[in-house]
Design a protein around this ligand. Structure first.
Ligand code: A3P
Length: 319
């Protein structure tokens, strides 16, 4: 991970002015525009806010980290490209690339570390992704007709997933974080791109106000009713399945291709790394609903329940 002293001057100066807390990845996490961000990512956030120009046809996938981003990227890639890349092909892009390389993050990949992205190799619609809260999206994303797909997940499972993920990625000499310490931070809203509740509620409200712009999906519902949710997604993106496709089993083929079992066992996802340095295997841990039950004490459960109730009360969202 790039250290704070390797950031550009503008970001370094800005960091000095921002509120900070103990970090999940680096030693500190900073509050920028009301959300928490690791120092390495600040520069990319600012660059994409200033420079990214959305096109009406763009499809932008949005998540809070550990909501199932990797799965959503795979599903949308397979769905949108199902004619160009049939599933019978041995070299289907999803069999030889990690989904994060097929649907890149704006702030974490395309604009990271002062890079200037080259969009000329993208086909239309461009598939992109971000973890940014709604209010911090580049203005052109908020104002053009592009589509946003938001994937949400039970905060208890997100917390456990984030706890494992960040301990995996922490620089070795920084030691690991304890689960109690991190739950304290999570409940205070101090988590990557958090507070988690603000992130979810902003997109939830937008999806109700403007259902053509924002589709709100839940990880647990995708696990429980994958066909129904994939069809919803296809309809929202304007690429519904034809009757012939449904009969020939295309829906199932997409789900099988993108399943945890399939993706996590591919050579590329077992042994290779992203260009940004993370090993692909860190994005595949258990892929289950309810793993939090294996970690939470009664006290931890009550603590998180309390804040979940308080924050989501009256929103129509239940966790
Ligand atoms: P767990 O840590 O609970 O296993 P993200 O992709 O947003 O980083 O989220 C990662 C979480 O999604 C991890 O959760 C990971 O195992 C799970 N995941 C990855 N690929 C998946 C897939 N194809 N289907 C379901 N879950 C998946």
């Amino acid at each position: 991970y790039l250290r704070e002293d390797e950031l550009n001057e503008e970001s370094k100066k800005l960091l000095l002015t921002l509120p900070k807390e103990r970090g999940w990845l680096a030693s500190h996490i900073y509050n920028y525009q009301g959300f928490w961000i690791a120092p390495r990512h600040l520069q990319g956030v600012i660059a994409c806010q200033q420079q990214f120009q959305a096109q009406d046809s763009d499809i932008i996938l949005v998540t809070s980290p550990k909501s199932g981003t990797t799965w959503l990227k795979a599903l949308v890639f397979a769905l949108v490209n199902r004619i160009r890349f049939p599933f019978s092909e041995q070299n289907h892009p999803l069999l030889v690339n990690n989904p994060h390389d097929l649907v890149p993050f704006l702030e974490l990949k395309l604009y990271i570390d002062g890079q200037v992205p080259n969009f000329s190799s993208f086909t239309s619609p461009r598939l992109l992704s971000t973890h940014l809260p709604y209010g911090s999206l580049p203005k052109s994303v908020q104002h053009s007709k592009n589509k946003l797909v938001y994937l949400c997940r039970n905060p208890r499972d997100i917390f456990i997933s984030l706890f494992h993920f960040t301990n995996n990625l922490r620089i070795e000499n920084m030691g690991t974080n304890s689960i109690e310490e991190m739950l304290d931070l999570f409940c205070k809203g101090v988590s990557l791109y958090g507070p988690f509740w603000n992130h979810v509620l902003d997109y939830w409200k937008k999806s109700i106000e403007n259902p053509k712009k924002v589709l709100f999906l839940m990880y647990e519902e995708m696990k429980e009713q994958p066909e129904i949710q994939l069809k919803r997604l296809a309809e929202f993106l304007g690429c519904s399945f034809s009757i012939e496709e449904e009969k020939s089993g295309v829906v199932d083929e997409i789900l099988k291709m993108c399943s945890f079992e399939n993706l996590s066992n591919l050579e590329v996802n077992k042994n290779e790394k992203l260009s940004t340095g993370e090993e692909n295997k860190v994005f595949f841990r258990r892929g289950k609903v309810g793993d939090w039950k294996n970690y939470f004490t009664l006290e931890m459960t009550e603590k998180l329940n309390h804040i979940i109730e308080q924050k989501f009360q009256g929103s129509g969202l239940l966790f």
